[in-house]
Design a protein around this ligand. Structure first.
Ligand code: NAD
Length: 291
């Protein structure tokens, strides 16, 4: 069994990006610039935005954190989006989700200029992904593809099962795995799927993104499978100082001995998500400055 180390891989990719940024600056160019918009004070969102901004600094990007109170109106946010769409020195930006209930997320995401949509959530970019055109691939699925490639996991002709059909993880993941290049045969499962275990037992590659702690157990996994665990949950623990620890959607302790490759939580998919965002920002920068 080999652990797929997302922490190490993401550190390597950050060095690669930093080297590219150094080259750009040495040639007299400006640094790529990412902005993150945070509305409200959801603690998980605050953590995500802080680590995105910190990662930008690590690779030499310019980053801007734009924080607003939870009572910001939808109109005010749409005005900000319009301003960011037209800001000349800004290559890409993200609006951290979830947004407060009174703001229509779809309306906001649809208003983002697709050329600056480094999260890859705009239907225009999702459509390009579906047809195999160059675009921004949503960060978590992009990070998973990068891990599979860098660890030499064979995907061609393999049975891939994806659990979860969200727009940000499960659905794009199933498209990427079935596309030319990855060439897997994909089954996508969701909350209405019957006989889930029968299906997961067929999987050479099992990608789990349903948001339920330790949901996938050893009896659901084919021996020698590759397991990608997207889930991330804080659960109470008497063994840590903080009183909690992080677990995934997969019961790692019992599943790991059965597989050929597995991503741990933490340190698997999570760090790759941020790195993919940086890769998308560099892509946006090149698109804007080099055409
Ligand atoms: P979501 O809640 O939007 O979607 C969950 C999906 O799971 C749905 O499509 C639902 O149909 C399916 N599902 C629910 N119960 C099921 C069941 N019993 N059997 C089969 N399918 C079932 O979730 P999401 O946004 O895709 O996130 C999934 C998990 O991944 C969460 O734990 C989230 O925190 C985590 N996540 C991690 C990262 C990262 O960077 N590591 C990024 C995004 C999401």
């Amino acid at each position: 069994m080999q652990v797929i180390d997302g922490k190490l891989t993401s550190a390597t990719i950050k060095q690669e990006i930093a080297a590219e940024v150094d080259k750009i600056k040495a040639n007299g160019g400006r640094a790529p610039h990412l902005a993150a918009v945070l509305v409200g004070n959801d603690p998980a969102s605050e953590t995500y935005v802080s680590s995105k901004v910190k990662s930008c600094k690590e690779v030499g990007f310019t980053s801007t954190e734009l924080r607003f109170p939870a009572d910001m109106s939808e109109e005010e946010l749409l005005q900000l989006v319009d301003k960011l769409n037209n800001q000349e020195d800004l290559d890409g930006y993200i609006v951290q989700l979830p947004l407060p209930k009174h703001i229509d997320e779809t309306k906001v995401l649809m208003a983002i200029n697709p050329d600056k949509d480094v999260d890859g959530f705009h239907p225009c970019n999702l459509g390009k992904m579906m047809t195999g055109l160059p675009t921004f691939i949503p960060a978590t699925p992009a990070g998973i593809m990068e891990l599979l490639t860098r660890y030499g996991v064979e995907t061609s002709g393999k049975q891939c099962v994806v659990i979860g059909r969200s727009n940000i993880v499960g659905t794009p993941m199933s498209v990427l795995m079935s596309r030319k290049g990855a060439d897997s045969t994909v089954t996508i499962c969701h909350s209405r799927t019957k006989n889930l275990k029968e299906i997961t037992l067929q999987a050479d590659i099992l990608i789990v993104a349903l948001g339920k702690p330790k949901f996938v157990t050893a009896d659901m996994v084919k021996p020698g499978a590759t397991i990608i665990d997207v889930g991330i949950h804080r659960v109470p623990s008497s063994e840590t100082k903080s009183g909690f620890r992080l677990v995934g959607d997969v019961d790692y302790a019992e599943v790991a001995p059965k597989c050929s490759f597995i991503t741990p939580v933490p340190g698997g998919v999570g760090p790759m998500t941020i790195v993919s965002l940086l890769q998308n920002t560099l892509k946006a920068y090149r698109f804007r400055t080099e055409g």
